[in-house]
Write a protein that binds this ligand. Structure first.
Ligand SMILES: [Fe+2]
Length: 254
């Protein structure tokens, strides 16, 4: 007799999914198949079991201010200029621009990642709550699709890893594609390091205007699998409006 029950697997194109034996509460998104059909697979990296709960992991990933804190040294980001947020319930898009400090030759030699950092990083994140965040990166040399996956393992541990796809427009991009994987690995290591130390028990005293992604996470997490009001589209520049909203006690939007 087998000691473990068989895990039901769902094969969708190149991807194998599982609901972990739980009752499905939402369909499997088709976005990974779409990316795999249009882009070349570069590789995977940073398969990590992080000592944090799923909510803290998601809050960090949707905290658009943490790029110039946690990842400051890596990307030399000067500031985060939030542009817009499109809220489609459990699916959303966030757009923001991050001007970077111009690096000296010395800095570029000691931190090779800086060679790939443009003057302004134009970020377009596409999010599928709760399990996927995709960074769509475009440049004249090529496009990168950096896919972050989140799997809750226990109340105190969340697994994450990165799948990367690319579309090269020149030889340079193709030759250095594996460098993007190295960069993504460092990003996940920096996040993992900070995650043990922040969020869960620290009361928030300051509300910043580009926290719409975190508001989206709290709203969806506290009401899952329902999608409730308010719709958070295009609210990145009007932060004060949300200061008094209690995301735990929102009405169901039928
Ligand atoms: Fe991060």
């Amino acid at each position: 007799m087998p000691q473990l029950e068989k895990l039901e697997l769902i094969i969708q194109g190149d991807f194998i999914w599982s609901y972990g034996g739980k009752e499905p509460k939402q369909p499997i998104p088709n976005i990974l198949n779409k990316i795999a059909s249009e882009y070349e697979f570069i590789g995977h990296t940073a398969d990590t079991s992080v000592e944090t709960d799923l909510l803290s992991m998601l809050l960090n990933m949707h905290d658009y201010n943490h790029q110039n804190g946690t990842h400051r040294a890596l990307f030399q980001i000067k500031e985060v200029l939030f542009d817009k947020f499109i809220d489609n319930g459990h699916h959303s898009h966030a757009y923001y621009n991050m001007p970077t400090k111009s690096a000296s030759i010395g800095e570029k030699i000691s931190n090779l990642g800086l060679l790939f950092i443009p003057e302004v990083i134009k970020a377009h994140l596409e999010n599928y709550f709760p399990s996927i965040v995709i960074f769509h990166g475009e440049s004249s040399a090529g496009n990168v699709e950096q896919i972050h996956i989140f799997v809750p393992e226990s109340p105190t541990h969340t697994r994450t890893y990165v799948l990367m796809f690319g579309l090269a427009r020149n030889y340079f991009f193709r030759a250095f594609a594996s460098k993007f994987l190295d960069l993504a690995k460092v990003v996940v290591e920096q996040d993992s390091d900070i995650l043990g130390k922040i969020y869960p028990n620290s009361p928030q005293k300051l509300k910043l205007n580009n926290e719409v992604g975190m508001d989206w996470v709290r709203r969806n997490f506290n009401n899952y699998p329902q999608v409730v009001e308010p719709n958070l589209s295009n609210t990145g520049l009007r932060g004060e409006y949300y200061d008094n909203i209690d995301f735990k006690n929102l009405k169901v939007n039928k």
